[in-house]
Structures are given as C-alpha cells and as structure tokens.
Design a protein around this ligand. Structure first.
Ligand SMILES: Cc1cc2nc3c(=O)[nH]c(=O)nc-3n(C[C@H](O)[C@H](O)[C@H](O)COP(=O)(O)OP(=O)(O)OC[C@H]3O[C@@H](n4cnc5c(N)ncnc54)[C@H](O)[C@@H]3O)c2cc1C
Length: 419
C-alpha cells in the first residue's frame, strides 16, 4: 500500500510527490495523459522567486524578461522596465517533465497514461480505480490521497467536495514571431473582456517565437482569433509553424473545504490561482509543499482524518487568504470597468503619486500590498467612486463574495501573506 496516491501530474501533483518522496514516503502519481507535460495549456510566465522559494529544475527556462508594455484600449501605452531578471518564461511541457524526473529521482512512482476514474474511502484506506488508454483497469490503495487534477473536477463530487464556481477562461497559441524582448499586455472590452491579452516572446531551437494569449470572462478562443488579427500582433507574426489553440478555464476563487477524510486538494483542483492574473503555478507549488508537510505529519501520527489534515487548509489560508481576497476584489472592480474608465485608470497610474506607488509595491506574485496602496490613495478612491456611481449595482453585487471571505473564516484570523 502507498502512503499517498496523487491524482494529476501537473506542477501541483509532481511537486507534492517530490516533497513526500524526499521525506521518505511511498508515493504514486497518476497522470491521465501518456506523456507528462502535454497537452500544454499555459504560458509559463513565473517570477524568479519561484526558483528561490522552491526546489525546482531550471532546464526548462526559455527566456528571462525585463520589459513590458501595457496597452490601454484608447491607445495609451505604459512601458515598464526592470533592471533585474524578475520574470522567467518556462517551457511548460519541459518544466513538467523535469519536475517528474525530480520526483522519480526522489523515489516517487509515476504512472503516465493512467486515468483515475474513481476514488473511494474504504475503511482506513483510499482506493483509486485507474484505467489505461488500452482499457486496463487496476485498483490501488493508499493511506492518503492528494487531488491535483487541475481545472478538472470529475472526482470532486464523489468525494463530497464542492467544485469552484468562479472562473476566467484562457486561450493561447504559439507562433513564429519577430525578435523582441518585450511582453505586451493589452486591455479593453473588445480585446479581452474582464481581463487582458498578451504577447510573451521566447526562443525555441534558435527560432524567435511568441505565446499569444487571451484571458477573458467568456469566449476566450474567439477573442484570441481577433487578437491575432490586430495590428499589434498580425504585422509581427512570421510565416511558418503555428501551434494548436490551447484553452482552459482557470478558477479564481478557492474551494471552501480543501480537505476531507484521507484527502487533500491542491493547485487548480482546489481553486488556487491568482484572481488578478489567473497565474497558478506559484500557488500550485506552494499548496503542494504545504499539503506534503501536513500529509507527512498525518502519516507519522497514523491519523488521516479531516481534522488532522485541516492544518494544510489553515496553512494555505494564512499564506494566501488575504492575497486571494484582495485579488478577487480587484478583479471584480477591474472587470466591470468600461473602456473609457480603463483609459482613465491608465492616465491615473502613469502620473505621480500613483506611478511611485506602483514602483514601490508592485510584485509579480504578491498583489495585495499594491492593491491596498492604490485603495488608500485619494485619487484612486475618487476614480473608483465615480466608476461605482456609473456601473454601481452590478459591481456591488459582484463584490459581495470577495468581501465576505470564505465561509466560516474571519479576516482577523489570517496572517498577512508575507508573514
Ligand atoms: C492559457 C493559459 C495560460 C496560463 N499562463 C500561466 C502563466 O503564465 N503563469 C502561471 O503561473 N499560470 C498560468 N496559467 C495557469 C496554470 O496553467 C495553472 O494554474 C497550473 O497549470 C495549475 O497546475 P496544477 O498542477 O494544479 O494543474 P494542471 O497543470 O492542470 O495539471 C493537472 C493534471 O492532472 C491531470 N488529471 C486531471 N484529471 C485526472 C484524472 N482523473 N486522472 C489522472 N490525471 C488527471 C491532467 O491531465 C493534468 O496533467 C495559465 C492557464 C491558461 C489556461
């Protein structure tokens, strides 16, 4: 019998497997696709902080980026440059494969091409029914299970778990592109309603390419097709190979319960992604590490009850809870702005004192401090008040869940994200 069965071979599942195997635990990872890392549905933009905070392989890093241009719907462009390498573009397929190798080297067993069809609690065990692409079925037992299925929620209900209810939708394609070192981020309701579109350059086998993507509150592939035809993109795409459209929902609000008897839920499966940008790799790795730590303690104590595993939920809420709430609040407000209001916000943030606030508080992974700093500034509060007056009713209704926090959790119980 395994100590832990991990369902899902993405960053969350593979990093949890690595942490548990490194601690001497017997772990099995089940990934439904025959090859780890494919199909890819991620741009792979992460902060360099990932590599200092976690034990990660570096061979999948495709590019380091220091410059970005933010485009307002009315044409205003805000150029931002950093004198440090803060952002890495990962080859997500290679990154996942390298994570798998790292977990296997630590002792984890990996079963690619094995889909977990059902997961049941049976007395003091958890039993998974797996099936291969050729239809071979197998029953596997473990003391604990870690659900790391990404934005696939087919197993949740059978285990008495809820599924996330708030999503944004991502679509992306890789193209051959002119040589550039700049990320482009475009806003506007005609470009990416409720979110943004992007161009992220990278190089593969000496060929300059870009990941062109859209995050939107609806119909992301349609908006991506339009973005590809926009002058900013179309004139710079080079003839040659174009990858398939990759599309996926991203949860932007976590599950109220991320533990159950013998069960921990991590990464996108737990609804853990940044509500502001939809970036989920950092939260996946962090939740994996915290879940593995709790799992090790529970296994040592021989207690896999939900009560014993609740420590994981307390830990991720302490680390991310207030970040997620601030981010969700920001997303709700930003996604209700008209194009004219986005233009007005751009004007505001390019002038002082707002530009200074952004310089002082902007961080790739941690957004709460900047959101709070903006909120405290009189100019931004005036802007928001005017926006609320114009689009008030819908915005206030949508704000309610982010302001209330998670069911049963009060704000003062949570430490700041950076504690
Ligand atoms: C277009 C797009 C761009 C993105 N760009 C970024 C970015 O630049 N930076 C960033 O940080 N985040 C980004 N994200 C989000 C990021 O991809 C996810 O947050 C991250 O992949 C979550 O990791 P995970 O391990 O939880 O889930 P996943 O990476 O989705 O892995 C889950 C795995 O579980 C497997 N699985 C599911 N069900 C079963 C089952 N029943 N049995 C066996 N295996 C199963 C799946 O096949 C999958 O391999 C992007 C998302 C999209 C859609």
């Amino acid at each position: 019998m395994y100590d832990a069965l991990i369902i899902g071979g993405g960053p969350a599942g593979l990093y949890a497997a690595y942490c548990l195997a490194k601690a001497g635990r017997r772990v099995a990872v089940f990934e439904e696709h025959p090859e780890i890392g494919t199909p890819v549905h991620c741009t792979g933009l992460v902060a360099t902080e990932c590599f200092t905070r976690f034990e990660l392989p570096t061979q999948a890093n495709q590019a380091m980026l220091r410059r970005a241009r933010f485009h307002a719907p009315g044409g205003h462009v805000l150029a931002v440059a950093s004198d440090q390498d803060e952002t890495v573009v990962l080859d997500r397929a290679a990154f996942d494969r390298a994570l798998a190798e790292q977990a296997q080297a630590a002792g984890a067993e990996l079963f690619a091409g094995h889909r977990v069809e059902a997961l049941r609690r049976l007395r003091k065990r958890l039993v998974a029914r797996t099936v291969t692409g050729t239809g071979i079925e197998r029953l596997v037992s473990g003391h604990l299970g870690i659900l790391a299925t990404g934005a696939s929620y087919g197993l949740h209900r059978g285990l008495g778990l809820q599924v996330p209810t708030r999503f944004v939708y991502g679509a992306q394609v890789e193209v051959v592109f002119e040589a550039t070192a700049e990320v482009e981020v475009c806003f506007g309701n005609e470009v990416a309603p409720g979110s943004f579109a992007w161009v992220v350059p990278f190089t593969r086998h000496g060929v300059t390419m870009a990941k062109i993507g859209v995050l939107a509150s609806r119909e992301a592939p349609q908006y991506l097709a339009r973005f590809l035809e926009s002058p900013l993109v179309a004139s710079r795409v080079r003839p040659g190979w174009m990858g398939p459209y990759q599309r996926r929902p991203i949860p932007v609000w976590p599950l109220a319960e991320t533990v159950g008897d013998r069960l921990l839920v991590i990464g996108d499966a737990a609804g853990l992604a940044k509500p502001t940008t939809g970036g989920g790799v950092y939260y996946s790795l962090l939740s994996a590490e915290l879940a593995a730590d709790t799992a090790c303690r529970a296994l040592a104590a021989g207690d896999g009850s939900a009560k014993a595993l609740r420590r994981y939920q307390t830990d991720w809420r302490a680390a991310l809870g207030s970040e997620i709430r601030a981010g969700a609040l920001f997303r709700t407000v930003a996604s209700h702005l008209s194009d004219a209001q986005i233009d007005e916000a751009f004007q505001l943030i390019t002038g002082e004192p707002m530009a200074g606030l952004i310089r002082d508080h902007a961080s790739f992974n941690w957004h709460k401090e900047l959101i709070l700093a903006l909120w405290r500034s009189a100019a931004m509060r005036g802007f928001l008040w005017r926006a609320l007056m114009r689009r008030g009713g819908r915005m206030i209704g949508a704000l309610r869940p982010s302001m209330n926090g998670y069911p049963g959790v009060k704000l003062p119980d949570e430490r700041a994200a950076t504690d």
